[in-house]
Design a binder for this molecule. Structure first.
Ligand code: HEC
Length: 369
């Protein structure tokens, strides 16, 4: 669906593009006026009062460093889109081995925009138009190309590896030229316009964030939020509720039985357990019919406890409407990449694989932010 949307957006934008129509500048005169003193104060010492320094900007100094380039449109500043300009000013040049200081803490985002407005006001119209056109015309067809290439590359890749698959989402990552494709619970990264695909986790080494894991958790949270409490079997916290645990469970799984045997301890610790049905092996799995019966029982909690203790005599037939939850639970679990039971999902979307004894589990849940 998303892919289709991307296509349509790309198509609409490319066809509605009017050639050579002058683009209005993105900033107001007022921003230019506010930007001038800020520029004089923070930037002029290096880049010149009118953003003209240094004319000889391609010439490195004795240490191999580049001088501050002119920002008045004569150098290559117009090759950078607005976001990159903002980032350069915020972060400075140190990251690329440059000399420019960063202004993160000292200038606000609004001030930075005013400063950009000021030096862009020095750009001749011709340069401005090229800058403005550059990020429209070059971006969109290539976006289109990438989506097409993505589709092909991924389809090819998946034929080899997974059989067939449906692409759930394609999105840009914060890494230039790298796209994230979600196929069910798998994430693939495309490089070089979809020519190469990389399977693995994308981690930002600067702050240690695992971006793939973030995406996975988001999917989990979204998936779980499609269910109401009435769809589930809930064992509520006793006293004050301190944490929530989503458990995908199957009556025929020994570790699910073990976990259920300790459910009192979890409830006493202030943990609400929300059971989702997940029949290993799907509708032909050994627990499937029992799960359906539980969801049809008048007292689902009692039925769950009975079934977990292998007492099936009092279970009603699993032929009511609510039993369809057993299929929904299975699909939801698969979407989140659950491969076995019990599968524990914290409320922040983090997955805990397999059974953990309550002594170990409780601290994992309570300390969560
Ligand atoms: C101490 C000197 C210095 C100061 C102060 C300084 N810059 Fe720079 N700036 C540089 C240098 C040197 C570069 C070249 C890249 C590098 O070495 O980091 C640069 C690069 C840039 C670039 C990238 C230009 C391009 O064409 O790639 C922008 C944009 C920029 N500066 C804007 C600013 C703004 C806006 C300010 C004030 C808020 C500022 N700079 C303050 C030295 C400085």
């Amino acid at each position: 669906m998303k892919i289709l949307k991307l296509f349509i957006v790309a198509l609409v934008l490319t066809t509605s593009q009017v050639p050579a129509s002058a683009k209005e500048r993105w900033y107001s005169d007022e921003q230019v006026t506010r930007g001038e003193p800020l520029f004089q104060q923070n930037c002029a010492a290096c880049h010149g009062q009118n953003a003209e320094a240094t004319p000889n900007w391609k010439q490195t100094d004795a240490n191999g460093n580049y001088p501050p380039p002119p920002l008045n449109g004569t150098a290559h500043t117009w090759h950078h889109d607005l976001e990159l300009l903002r980032r350069t000013i915020r972060e400075g040049g140190a990251k690329f081995g440059g000399q420019m200081p960063g202004f993160e803490g000292s200038l606000s985002a609004t001030e930075i925009d005013s400063i950009i407005a000021f030096f862009q006001s020095k750009w001749p119209d011709e340069i401005y138009q090229r800058w403005a056109g550059r990020f429209e015309s070059s971006d969109l067809p290539s976006l289109n190309d990438i989506v097409v290439a993505t589709n092909k590359a991924i389809t090819r890749l998946l034929r080899q590896r997974i059989g067939n698959a449906k692409i759930d989402d394609v999105s840009k990552t914060s890494v230039e030229g790298v796209w994230q494709v979600q196929i069910g619970n798998r994430y693939v990264y495309l490089l070089d316009g979809g020519r190469y695909a990389l399977m693995g986790d994308l981690v930002n080494l600067e702050d240690g964030r695992n971006l793939t894991e973030q995406a996975r958790r988001l999917t989990a949270i979204e998936t779980l939020s499609e269910f109401d409490d009435t769809d589930l079997v809930i064992f509520p916290a006793r006293g004050q509720s301190r944490a929530m645990l989503n458990v995908f469970t199957d009556t025929s799984c020994p570790y699910c039985q073990k976990l259920h045997g300790e459910i009192d301890k979890l409830q006493e610790a202030g943990i609400t357990v929300r059971y989702f049905p997940y029949a290993r092996g799907g509708s032909r799995g050994p627990g499937y019919q029992h799960l359906r019966s539980i969801w049809c029982a008048e007292n689902r909690n009692q039925a769950m406890t009975d079934a977990k203790n292998q007492r099936f005599d009092d279970l009603p037939p699993g032929d009511c409407e609510a039993a369809s939850m057993v299929d929904r639970g299975y699909l939801a679990g698969n979407k989140m990449g659950i491969s076995g039971t019990p599968a524990l999902i914290k409320s922040n979307g983090e997955k805990i694989e397999g059974y953990r004894p309550y002594q170990e589990l409780i601290p994992l849940l309570i300390q969560q932010p």
